[in-house]
Design a protein around this ligand. Sequence first.
Ligand code: PBG
Length: 339
Amino acid sequence: MAPAQSKVEASSQVAASQRPRRLRRTAALRRMVCETQLTLNDLIYPIFVREGTGIEEAIPSMPGLSRYSLDLLLEEAAAVYRLGIGAIALFPLIPIDQKDNAGTESYNPDGLVPRTVKALKEALPDLLIFTDVALDPYSSEGHDGIVQDGKILNDETVAVLVKQALCQAGAGADFVCPSDMMDGRVGAIRQALDAEGWTQVGILAYSAKYASAYYGPFRDALDSAPQFGDKKTYQMDAANTREALKEVALDIAEGADLVMVKPALAYMDIIWQIKQSTMLPVVAYNVSGEYAMVKAAAERGWIDEPQVVIETLTSFKRAGADLILTYFAKQLALQLRSQ
Ligand code: PBG
């Protein structure tokens, strides 16, 4: 005799030719029908470098992350590489006495970034290195371009960005990454790289970069906050979509290899639309403020951090990102390994 329970079920059975829950019944089934795979191959890990030796300096607004002197950065990069992460992005903390309005230090071939790139390429030749092209870490004004009468000069800045990119390529960077949002910079950099024989060096363009309040912790980390005003005359308005598509189209026409949307979390619709508009791989930048929010909530015990990290990064991929630049890359690698 059937148990009483099944009678109850039978009498309350709905007529459903489709029962989506059938495909969610077991973990093995769920894995089988999973549509989006997040892998370490998709990740680029940002690392902060500073002058000195033997220094690992914690960044208060980005718990778990530090600025490293070159010797310790090499150890950190090796550890990250061993964990299965194939790419890093370098961001430098430049001493204040090396900053000026024209960002001169940005194209010093013996500067912190070129020295770091060279040392990394020697120690870990297969680790891909992405270097940021913009003046803000080098600018006494904390802006991404040269300032004159309170305005950011475009073409004069592009001339400096070109020198910076050549300097990074010469040191061995695999990708140069203009994050400055000056007009015409991708084309100018591509032409100069080609003219110097660096045809193999790629360009990751920060194409859809919004003027965002989510960059706060990063500016703390590099001591690079604008000394006056904001970045709204060059970074984009959060209210706009078409402008993002226009920037992407321009950067592709000018020679970008990879296009980026930044920030990521509040701009998932932009990631999706850009994905529909281009054949190029799309990169999402999961920025410092997004990282800090998760860390802060997790510290209070309000969210389950490992789960939130996987959910968020998977969602970027679902939205159309092929690659993700994220401060969570290392901890995700550790997390996946222990699963
Ligand atoms: C520099 C640059 C910024 C970020 C990456 N490159 C700061 C800015 O534009 O003010 C922000 C990254 C982050 O918040 O994680 N041009």
